[in-house]
Design a protein around this ligand. Sequence first.
Ligand SMILES: [Zn+2]
Length: 364
Amino acid sequence: MLTIELFPAKFGDAILLTYGPPGKESHVLVDAGLKGVGKTVAKRLAQRGVFIDLFVVTHVDIDHIGGAVSLLNTPSFTDRLGAVWFNGFKHLDQFSDLLGPIDGERLTSRLVELDVPWNVGWPWNDGSAADHVGGPVVARTKPVKMPLPGTASALLLSPTPQKLANLLPEWEKVVKAAGLELGVTGRHEPKPAPEPGNDMLGGPTLKELAAADTDDDTAPANGSSIAFVFEVKDGGRRKRVLLGGDAHPQVLVDGLRQVAKNGAKYAVDACKLPHHGSRANVTTALVQLLDCPQWLVSTNGSQFSHPNAEALARCVVHGSPGATLVFNYESTIVQQFLADHPPHASGYTAVLPAAGEEGIVVTL
Ligand SMILES: [Zn+2]
């Protein structure tokens, strides 16, 4: 009924949702990872003849948008693309009087060239809803429900108008860093992750890790991330996945509190941890709000050494008992966590790619 494929997107995200009756499936693609990842994703989709009903580009960081430009320049992909959600400069500009840099980055240019339906259904501030280019994908005062193809919907939790406005002064810097400005070829190769410590004897317990006092993410680009609850209904059955993007934790918490009934937990069948399982985004408050049996982690651990042990510990200690941690890479960071806190003895289950493989598919 619903599968979630976490493509091997290096330290980024490229996530394919497939749902609906056999032979009539709909597909939503969320992000396209780093630059080289776009080609891999395009190839896999073309091999399967997949039509992407909606391509969501959550935000302008290189590990989400880097592959999007090459995808949108690949005819096998664009010929089979229904619509795009992406907040470009003109969408951010809706929430600020600041005079920002020109809207000259590649993704926007390409979307205009392709004339693909863009943010359709989302209103502009003046209430207008143009046919072909809609307003910002934003949760103005509360989570917004938007229909998706088939019997699905998206409940948008992030970004808020303030988080979009916060990115505006940083826009030029961020799009340059992501290699999106015309003539700019992209950021340097990621630094290798630091070697995890070998001697963890007497290291912190899961409870201690979960309780660690860590700062929340304040990066403006992450705060601008689209994050939503994907929901699909089939007869009496309902499946929900929280796709956390790189969203700020308090925005997700505030949104979920508004939709959780009478202070109860909000039930999802899986949650793609925000910001690749960073301790700055996976907070105890967020984990405690969710009734969630599966936590999904998308990263190979390079560049930012994600996921953080504190984040995984919070899922195990404060999440639903006996939950499963699903990883799309068996990185040294993941191996170290599993060695320090063996799954069954520590009250959780781990799911990893098959030996020698990268990427994973979760069926709900
Ligand atoms: Zn990211």
